[in-house]
Ligand binder design. Structure first.
Ligand SMILES: Nc1ncnc2c1ncn2[C@@H]1O[C@H](COP(=O)(O)OP(=O)(O)OP(=O)(O)O)[C@@H](O)[C@H]1O
Ligand SMILES: [Mg+2]
Length: 266
């Protein structure tokens, strides 16, 4: 491997419009430290891509942003996660409230074994929405935002397990946005999808940018350069370089970033 100086960092900061940021964020799995103190800010209504080799800590970092690591017996997260000025990495902050504001879409589409309609309506009914008309509206609006409505509007009672992978992933996006989060976290949302479905999900993301802040983990460099406004290169639990996507892909500041994005790394 080329002789990189891993102490070099080039991390952009913003004066305004930071919707969420982390300060000295560390994540430990038992004794092992997987994230070594990451300071990072995310811009509102922009798409930020987290890139880096396997095991560099992208998912671990992403999951900490909506306290998904709380589910793990071994993970421990220290440092601050500031969302609207509040440190949400605190026991006093209700984790379910956090997840209403910061939604997540996973690598493998994970629709419930229910109808397309119920995949979205379920949580709202559980939260006390009784009116059929209101539920219909939530389902329709969410599916439209996820660019799936036209394809499924006549099949809303069909099982969500009987639709294509790309449609299922857009259903999961619809489900996530139906509760009107501010931020959408996506961990390799297209890695299980064919190129056409991938394109459709990317188009959906671009359209959603108007109303949501999106943070996506991807191994696909073309995808990162197509959809993201900012890109962050992680290596071995550290944020190494963070800049505008165009800069990261055409003229990065660090040799390691350049080698990674051009496929010459390692
Ligand atoms: N539940 C866990 N328990 C213990 N160690 C873990 C756990 N999850 C991840 N790790 C370790 O933390 C480090 C970062 O893993 P993480 O999954 O965040 O990387 P990643 O960048 O998302 O990788 P990939 O691109 O393969 O998804 C790795 O060394 C991994 O082995
Ligand atoms: Mg991962």
């Amino acid at each position: 491997m080329a002789d990189y100086d891993w102490n070099d960092r080039k991390i952009m900061t913003f004066d305004t419009n930071n919707v969420i940021s982390t300060i000295d964020l560390h994540v430990y799995y038992g004794e092992k430290e997987a994230i070594h103190g990451v300071d990072m800010q995310f811009q509102e209504n922009q798409i930020t891509a987290l890139i880096g080799p396997s095991g560099s800590g992208k998912s671990t970092y992403l999951r900490s942003l909506n306290r998904m690591n709380d589910f793990s017996d071994t993970a421990r997260v220290t440092g601050e996660i500031l969302y609207e000025g509040v440190n949400i990495n605190s026991k006093e902050v209700n984790v379910y409230e956090v997840r209403k504001q910061i939604g997540m879409v996973f690598q493998r589409p994970n629709p419930f074994a229910k109808s397309i309609y119920e995949n979205i309506a379920f949580v709202h009914r559980k939260n006390g929405v009784k009116s059929k008309k209101q539920l219909d509206e939530i389902v329709e609006t969410s599916l439209k935002q996820a660019a799936l409505w036209d394809q499924v509007k006549d099949d809303l009672n069909k099982s969500a397990l009987a639709i294509s992978g790309g449609q299922a992933q857009r259903l999961c996006i619809a489900r996530a946005i139906s509760v009107k989060p501010d931020i959408l976290l996506m961990d390799e949302p297209c890695s299980a999808l064919d190129p056409i479905s991938t394109m459709q999900v990317e188009e959906t993301m671009t359209a959603l940018k108007e109303n949501y802040t999106i943070i996506i983990v991807t191994h696909n460099m073309q995808q990162a350069s197509r959809v993201s406004d900012y890109a962050a290169f992680f290596y071995s639990g550290d944020l190494i370089e963070y800049d505008e996507t165009a800069k990261i892909f055409t003229n990065p500041s660090l040799k390691s970033t350049e080698d990674y994005v051009s496929g010459h790394f390692g």
